[in-house]
Design a protein around this ligand. Structure first.
Ligand code: ME8
Length: 520
């Protein structure tokens, strides 16, 4: 059976419009999904929208429309952005869909059957922007304001159903400690562990339905209550696969793809994914996801994004960036500019700098030089390689190193390492051209075989670079490969295609059309 790969993004709230931050997580997930699909795995890539909760209700009320109308409007923006950005998700879940709502109720019923839920009374603080219950001491530490949005916390006093979270703390600690890869990067793992070791109270998992204007998923045991939005939302990762099976149609994906290989998230929602979600799964006697990877946050032009500051990178701003450069350049920049896991800043200067150095001067130039020389010296027909020596071996070793590291780098979401290996191969090939000086060899007829070896080596190196950059920049890399008369995906998996020597001598290549014209 094919090896599966299940990757998810957070499902995004529909109270506000999509922006660069959402695009970052989704692009990263898309790159992984494309890589593993191209490498022959059976991939399921899920994204979607989180449509319940008090903040959606309030945003809709402010606009004078219903929460459903708001959700229906905003979801179009998210789906449109994913189309703009060439996102290859296999499914898109909305938490207001019946397939999800019925399964969330089935999950709650199972928890009730297992005596994991009891009725109590909540009195305390709530962060409505984050949809999060805040302990008295954490509230006091932050002057009763949200640590994330800075808005005042709200005092709640109401009956609520609790999930016996405290009962699972020891098992959670043990799980995190014995599975080093479960929380990535490592610094986040330590953060979660130390907070867990301070003790965790039971979790309120319902809100009074009347306080949500009736918007939400009804608790199956009590129509006066709605399911707390985070329990509703986290369940999406399994309900989208048709689990639990409740008699309606499903395609067996629930058993096939779970446990997920990666939940990709931003650092803001780490606790929910590494404590609440696995505890619920443990209480259901179900396996937990293999990895939760929390990436950092983007600022814009050096400041936290805000509409009033004018530095908010909305779908429209992303479209402007993509029309000035391209969708692929935007995708590349987000993953190249910062180490995955760290915070980053988006600036037009940094984008232009990266574009010119990595893409126009580095990769674009290498492809142009190679194709130009094949065109000029061999009428566009790829020459055969003669005997190779130590100069060729250096380039081949860089290609072999990239090939050997690629899958592991992607498995651990190390885009930085993956791209470093690509950059090393580009650098090694550009140096190789400087050392072997093919334009000088071309002047000496007795060196025609040597010239062939050099150009074959360059063409192979650049083909392998383009192949590995394809998951990040699918359209531009396919166009570059076409100039080499090579079709992505036609020659087996990405790892197979990246084997040295796959290009057939005699292949007719094209005159180069610059993929990345220099910008000034
Ligand atoms: O939290 N930089 O939804 P959300 C980088 N519905 N990433 C950012 C970002 C920024 N400045 N701002 C947002 C929710 N993100 C819940 C999730 S999952 C079961 C429920 C990204 O719309 C990042 O991935 O607030 C973050 O985790 C997510 O958007 C939060 O999206």
């Amino acid at each position: 059976m094919d090896q599966t790969y299940y990757i998810t993004t957070p499902i995004y709230y529909v109270n506000d419009v999509p922006h660069i931050g959402h695009s970052y997580t989704t692009i990263a997930a898309d790159v992984l999904a494309r890589y593993f699909r191209a490498d022959g795995r059976d991939v399921r890539f899920l994204t979607g929208t989180d449509e319940h909760g008090i903040k959606i209700v309030k945003a809709a009320t402010e606009r004078g429309i219903s929460p459903r109308e708001l959700a229906d409007e905003v979801v179009v923006g998210f789906q449109g952005l994913w189309k703009d950005l060439n996102i290859s998700n296999d499914d898109f879940i909305r938490t207001s869909q019946a397939r999800h709502e019925r399964r969330v109720q089935a999950i709650i019923n199972r928890l009730i059957e297992r005596d994991e839920i009891y009725l109590g009374q909540y009195e305390g603080w709530y962060d409505e922007g984050q949809e999060e219950f805040i302990t008295e001491s954490a509230a006091a530490d932050n002057e009763f304001k949200s640590a994330v949005t800075g808005k005042p916390l709200v005092r709640y006093k109401e009956p609520t159903y609790y999930f016996r979270l405290s009962k699972w703390v020891d098992k959670l600690i043990e799980h995190v400690e014995s599975n080093r890869g479960f929380i990535q990067p490592q610094a986040r793992r330590n953060e979660v562990l130390s907070k867990l070791k301070m003790g965790v109270a039971d979790l309120s998992i319902s809100r009074l339905k009347e306080k949500l204007g009736g918007w939400g998923i009804e608790m199956p045991n009590d129509p006066a209550h709605s399911v707390y939005v985070w329990i509703d939302a986290l369940s999406n990762y399994r309900t989208a696969l048709g689990w639990p099976e409740i008699g309606d149609q499903h395609d067996g994906a629930g058993a096939k793809y779970w446990p997920a290989d990666v939940h990709l998230i931003g650092k803001d929602i780490l606790w929910f994914h590494t404590v609440y979600w696995p505890a619920i799964l443990m209480a259901l006697d179900e396996p937990v996801a293999k990895c939760v990877f929390a990436h950092g946050w983007w600022t814009s032009e050096g400041k936290k994004m805000s509409k009033t500051l004018g530095n908010f990178i909305s779908r429209e701003t992303i479209a402007e960036i993509c029309s000035e450069y391209s969708v692929d350049v935007y995708r590349y920049f987000l993953l190249r500019a910062v180490t995955f896991g760290a915070d980053g800043d988006f600036s037009h200067d940094a984008l232009q700098g990266r574009y010119n150095s990595d893409l126009a001067n580095g990769l674009g130039n290498l492809l142009n030089r190679t194709l130009n020389m094949i065109d000029r010296y061999f009428d566009g027909k790829l020459p055969a390689s003669g005997e190779i020596g130590s100069d060729e071996r250096i380039v081949q070793a860089a290609a072999a190193d990239l090939r050997a590291s690629a899958t592991g780098a992607m498995e651990s979401c190390c885009f930085g390492l993956y791209l470093d290996k690509i950059t090393e191969l580009i650098g090694a090939t550009n140096r190789y051209i400087d050392i072997t000086a093919p334009f000088k060899l071309a002047k000496d007829e007795s060196q025609v075989e040597r010239l062939g070896t050099v150009l074959y080596t360059c063409a192979e190196a650049v083909r392998i670079v383009l192949t590995y950059l394809w998951p990040l920049m699918p359209e531009t890399m396919a166009a570059g490969l076409e100039q080499l008369n090579w079709k992505m995906g036609a020659e087996g998996s990405i790892t197979e295609a990246a084997e040295w020597g796959r290009l057939t001598p005699g292949t007719q290549t094209r005159k180069p059309e610059p993929l990345f014209p220099r910008k000034s």
